[in-house]
Design a protein around this ligand. Structure first.
Ligand code: E4P
Length: 249
């Protein structure tokens, strides 16, 4: 219990530091998928401020990458992260320029390596948005901000997978960025369940990139379902009640 309270206090302190720094309030949700239908549904529900993809998510779709990207960009106006797969500076820059040319709102995902950071710096000079991916520590996030990254993506779930409490890096990164006024935005990534989103929000993270299944889990509560059923049953007992109409889902 003590650990939970300490952790919550730590998250709340980070949130205060963030709001006191005068940043704009409003948590952004990116959707962590390359499935156009899932993005469209979330978008219609007002839950899409951007999209993140990676090679694994694109491969799952079994479709042409560029076609997918064009379809998403037709209705998502926020940043769409597209990952470069080269490991050397020249290769990353070639991909970054090409991917950036596909759509007007690309953010190029670049891995956390020296070659990658060199490319991040160059992209910043050329006005190409970047998302430094595969970030696992506050020091790595500091390097990303120093290189001029637009976004940094700490992978919370993958840290949990190796026995480290992933979310603990978020307040630290927020604090470091707030100490120096870095404008790099934190995308809490590798989200696996609703508690990750809750804790990211409590910490004041700028963005959470959420898989569609987790977004679905967030809206659900058994008491909501029971409540709806009860109200409906009682409504039917009202003498003048008409049969409720079903519109859509
Ligand atoms: C998003 O930018 C990341 O690529 C994604 O969240 C990774 O998630 P995973 O660790 O569940 O693969």
């Amino acid at each position: 219990m003590k650990t939970v309270i300490n952790r919550r206090t730590q998250l709340q302190v980070a949130y205060s530091a963030y709001t006191e720094a005068g940043d704009d309030i409003g948590m952004k949700f990116f959707i962590d998928t390359a499935n156009v239908q899932a993005i469209r549904e979330a978008h219609e529900r007002g839950m899409v401020d951007g999209v993140t993809t990676n090679p694994s998510l694109v491969a799952k779709e079994g479709r042409n990458f560029r076609e997918i990207v064009n379809e998403i960009a037709a209705f998502v106006k926020g940043p769409i992260s597209l990952e470069a797969v080269s490991s050397d500076y020249e290769g990353i820059m070639k991909e970054a320029r090409e991917l950036n040319g596909w759509i007007g709102n690309a953010a190029i995902k670049i891995p956390m390596t020296w070659e990658g950071l060199k490319a991040v710096k160059k992209c910043a000079e050329e006005g190409i948005k970047t998302n430094v991916t595969l970030c696992f520590s506050p020091n790595q996030a500091l390097l990303a901000a120093k290189a001029g990254a637009t976004f940094v993506s700490p992978f919370i779930g993958r840290l949990d997978d190796v026995g480290q409490v992933g979310m603990e890096v978020i307040p630290d990164i927020l604090q470091i960025y707030s100490n120096y006024g870095y404008e790099t935005e934190i995308i809490v990534a590798s989200i696996r369940h609703p508690i990750h989103v809750y804790e990211a929000a409590l910490a004041g993270a700028h963005i959470a990139t959420i898989p569609p299944n987790v977004l679905d889990q967030m809206v659900k509560h058994p008491l909501t379902d029971i409540g709806i059923e009860r109200f409906l049953a009682d409504y039917k007992k009202i003498p003048t009640a008409q049969e409720p109409k079903k519109h859509g889902k």
